[in-house]
Ligand binder design. Sequence first.
Ligand code: COA
Length: 168
Amino acid sequence: MVVAIYPGTFDPLTLGHEDIIKRGLYIFDLLIIGITINNKKKSLFSLEERIFIAKEALNYYSNIEIISFKGLLKDFMSNNNIKIILRGLRNSLDFNYEFQMANLNNYMNKNIDTVFMTSTNKNQLISSSIVKEIAILGGDISKFVSSSVEKHIFTKINNIDNKKVKYI
Ligand code: COA
């Protein structure tokens, strides 16, 4: 059984992430969606909310598990006997960042390797921040996130007075 982890912040899950997950499942028997806190970023949704949103959006896949992890990815992987990281590449900026992360993870644990999938054309423009920005400014995000995710974004935004969104 070939198992991989697709780690990320997923604040929230977009159709770009779903594209990588769907195609990743053609390669891997089990895909662990590992949702974590990235201290360099302020999140709109709490970790628990991001897990709930991803579970709801991905509930029709049987061979995925959605979990959260804290600390170093390589430690979570060795504790759970996972050896492959799946990541998406949208452009050359992603490549530079991902190249460093993949090499560092492998340097810290030689049993860990990263597999990259290039994003399909229409998903190369998406990022979670851009989707949130468009939504906050009243734009249409239906091309970028699934309908359940769209609902959660607008509920969150509309619950906040004067659209002053509080990032966690
Ligand atoms: N389609 C659309 N958007 C995508 C995408 C895709 N295929 N792949 C990534 N993105 C977007 C995300 O939405 C996110 O956008 P945002 O910055 O606007 O929120 C951005 O690209 C970054 O991607 P994401 O997948 O969220 O990764 P991240 O950079 O937040 O997280 C981790 C990277 C979690 C994998 C990394 O920080 C990690 O491993 N952390 C654990 C601690 C650790 O081990 N650190 C040492 C690493 S060597």
